[in-house]
Design a protein around this ligand. Structure first.
Ligand code: CUA
Length: 270
């Protein structure tokens, strides 16, 4: 068999075998000799919908990061120098990416799944987090920071108040407290309708001053924004698509109370 193979083909096969062996050897060297842990998908962790930083011990932190259009929660993580950070990542809408500059942390954020990576930050500094998976019109703004320094004890920024873990020292951010405002934040409405309620061009119409306004449908029809219109648009977003936008808003399962509180929140946005 071997004798029947042309000698130039044999050379190519030998080179391929040597390169493959070298490749596998380097992976084993990185894993066992350098201790580099490859990010992995953890099927035992239930997907979470709220960001959290948990301190397990001195310089031992766990962070649960939620990716959504177009932010990470928490957006800023501050830990002391030398901390080991176990990172868990999930998404509440579409696929996102997470890369931490100057490290080899590189993960996908997949709805319904949790990916994990661990890294020890032995050098102080500011490490930029970026989303490296195209996820819509606001993709380029999706970023965060890991700040490492002896002055930090495990703080975060950009968390919903309800996302604070018990016993951790996260700051309470200055967020509106009504149920409607909480839903607006937790259901990722601001991904498309945000930018301080002025909306995002091409993604979602502005909510500021929406109540009572006349809206024009894709087909040209006009309708006045009433409570009934707001309820219909939240529960059945594809029924009336505003001119200049695409029917991309997902269906939102809400209780009657939640729906009413969201409508009140939008009515109050003047
Ligand atoms: Cu998220 Cu790009």
């Amino acid at each position: 068999m071997w004798k029947k193979i042309d000698s130039s083909e044999k050379k190519v096969m030998l080179v391929a075998i040597v390169l493959s062996a070298l490749h596998l050897g380097l992976i084993a060297y990185a894993a066992f000799q350098l201790g580099i842990k490859v990010p992995f998908c953890d099927p035992d962790v239930k997907p979470f919908t709220q960001g959290k930083l948990i301190k397990h011990a001195d310089k031992q932190f766990e962070v649960q990061i939620v990716a959504s259009m177009w932010k990470f929660e928490p957006a800023v993580i501050k830990i002391p120098t030398g901390s080991t950070l176990q990172m868990y990542l999930s998404s509440v809408d579409v696929n996102h990416g997470l890369h931490v500059n100057q490290t080899n942390i590189n993960m996908m954020a997949v709805p319904g799944a949790v990916n994990a990576a661990t890294h020890t930050f032995s050098k102080p500094g500011r490490y930029h987090i970026i989303c490296h998976e195209y996820c819509g019109v606001g993709h380029q703004n999706m970023a965060g920071w890991i700040e490492v320094g002896d002055e930090f004890t495990g703080e975060t920024e950009g968390l919903n108040p309800s996302g604070l873990a018990e016993g951790d020292s996260s700051e309470t951010p200055n967020m509106p407290q009504s149920l409607g405002a909480q839903l607006y934040a937790s259901k990722a409405c601001q991904g498309c309708h945000g930018a301080d309620l002025g909306g995002i061009p091409g993604a979602g119409p502005k909510l500021r001053g929406l109540f009572g306004r006349m809206e024009t449908e894709v087909g040209g029809a006009q309708v006045e924004v009433t409570e009934a219109y707001l309820k219909e648009s939240i529960t059945d977003p594809k029924k009336f698509v505003v001119q200049g936008f695409s029917p991309i808003m997902p269906m939102m399962p809400l209780t009657d109370e939640e729906l009413q509180s969201l409508v009140d929140f939008i009515k109050a946005a003047k």
